[in-house]
Design a protein around this ligand. Structure first.
Ligand SMILES: NC(=O)c1ccc[n+]([C@@H]2O[C@H](COP(=O)([O-])OP(=O)(O)OC[C@H]3O[C@@H](n4cnc5c(N)ncnc54)[C@H](O)[C@@H]3O)[C@@H](O)[C@H]2O)c1
Ligand SMILES: [Zn+2]
Ligand SMILES: [Zn+2]
Length: 378
């Protein structure tokens, strides 16, 4: 491509300060260094985690460095590659990954986890392997959220944080496999390991929760109870296969008591897809003693969860998951193929398609509970 080796001037939504609206600016995206790839982003989903890092920084979330380009649920096409890159070529369709898979660290070599540690602390701090980001704006370095920054027309990712996908994939849909849909789906099938005929409860019916419902249904769950305080979420949840809906606000007693009664002693599997420590406790207490499994998917970094060890002593298991247990580079292309084969929904998660200029509107729709996923198209 004629941009190879040159700085690209393009548009990106810059978060200058925590808690403030994003500003669409002209930015410069430097060419990829060794073992990096520059990607032309086609589309990006808007995940709760983007919103939470902007508005919850220093509260539930660790403070991230600003200015920052958010977005971690993107898909695009390789524009150029840095020295030493062999797995990618210009024109390849790719999904950037906030969770790498280097294939070499002790976690990558273990079948027990997907938590690759390659450059982990650096990408969490918004920089690539050499300690700098590739994006600048008005002469200032702009940090790259989780090493991705998909709210930009172009970005640069480490080759370990990128995966090549099937050329038939529609980028405006498969971007959702970069975070929310992969996470919820994997939480049910890889982490909870939902069994056929079982009773499941999913707390929070946003994209992550609906994807968890999809995982429960594909594993053959007998009942899937959906819990949300926003009753507007129930119609879509039923389309995804939720068999019963519960609004905690309809009840004067704790929702776990309602659910234990509904399930005759508790669910086999519960999945928390909200990110609220009180609901995490409800999720644990809603699964049955002896073998119930509770999986925490919702995100919080600084808050503490209260629990009674008695609930664990009585045989319940409490687990958490990052990215649904998927080994990212290996498994995301497989999920794309499952979607292309018609076995994994994506279209159904998309409620709004917006432009980069409308990114703050996408956040408002999200915070107001009006969207499941907004897709920003570049
Ligand atoms: N573990 C991971 O790797 C990972 C990856 C992606 C997202 N997440 C986290 O998953 C969570 C869900 O993400 P999302 O994008 O689907 O968010 P979302 O905001 O779209 O969905 C959350 C849902 O929870 C509901 N809710 C709020 N309060 C509730 C309550 N008290 N009881 C029941 N339901 C309630 C909301 O109405 C909403 O429908 C977030 O915390 C996000 O940060 C985790
Ligand atoms: Zn690794
Ligand atoms: Zn996310």
């Amino acid at each position: 491509m004629d941009t190879e080796g040159k700085v690209i001037r393009c548009r990106a939504a810059v978060a200058w300060k925590a808690g403030e609206a994003l500003i669409v600016e002209e930015v410069e995206v430097a060419p990829p260094k060794a073992h990096e790839v520059r990607v032309k982003i086609a589309a990006s989903g808007v995940c709760h985690t983007d919103w939470a890092y902007l508005h919850g920084a220093g509260r539930g979330m660790e403070m991230r460095p600003f200015p920052l380009v958010l977005g971690h649920e993107g898909a695009g096409v390789v524009e150029s590659v840095g020295a030493g890159v062999t797995r990618f070529s210009p024109g390849d369709k790719v999904i950037p990954l906030f969770l790498p898979q280097c294939g070499e660290c002790e976690c990558c070599l273990s079948a027990k986890t997907n938590l690759c540690k390659a450059n982990w602390s650096k990408t969490q701090q918004g920089v690539l392997a050499d300690g700098t980001s590739r994006i600048t704006c008005r002469g200032q370095q702009v940090f790259q959220f989780l090493g991705v920054s998909s709210f930009s027309e172009y970005t640069v990712a480490l080759e370990t944080n990128l995966t090549k996908i099937h050329p038939d994939a529609l980028l405006q849909r498969v971007c959702l496999l970069g975070c929310g849909v992969a996470t919820g789906y994997g939480a049910a099938i890889n982490v909870a390991k939902v069994e056929s005929g079982s009773v499941c409860v999913v707390f929070g019916l946003g994209a992550v929760g609906l994807a968890a419902v999809m995982g429960c249904v594909s594993a053959g769950a007998g009942r899937v109870i959906g819990v949300d305080v926003n009753t507007d979420k129930f119609a879509k949840a039923r389309e995804f296969g939720v068999t019963e809906c519960v609004n905690p606000r309809d009840h004067s007693r704790p929702v776990q008591e309602v659910l234990v009664e509904m399930t005759g002693g508790g669910a086999d599997y519960t999945l928390e897809c909200v990110g609220d420590v009180e609901i995490m406790r409800s999720a644990l207490e809603s699964c049955r003693s002896a073998w119930g499994v509770c999986v925490i998917v919702g995100w919080t970094e600084l808050e503490e969860m209260r629990l009674r060890p008695f609930h664990l002593l009585m045989g319940r298991t409490l687990k958490g998951t990052y990215f649904g247990g998927w080994k990212s580079v290996r498994d995301v292309p497989r999920l794309v193929e499952e979607h292309l084969a018609g076995r994994l929904k994506l279209e159904e998660f998309v409620t709004h398609t917006l432009t980069l200029d409308q990114v703050n509107h996408a956040f408002q729709l999200h915070a107001g509970g009006q969207s499941i996923r907004s897709i920003i198209t570049m």
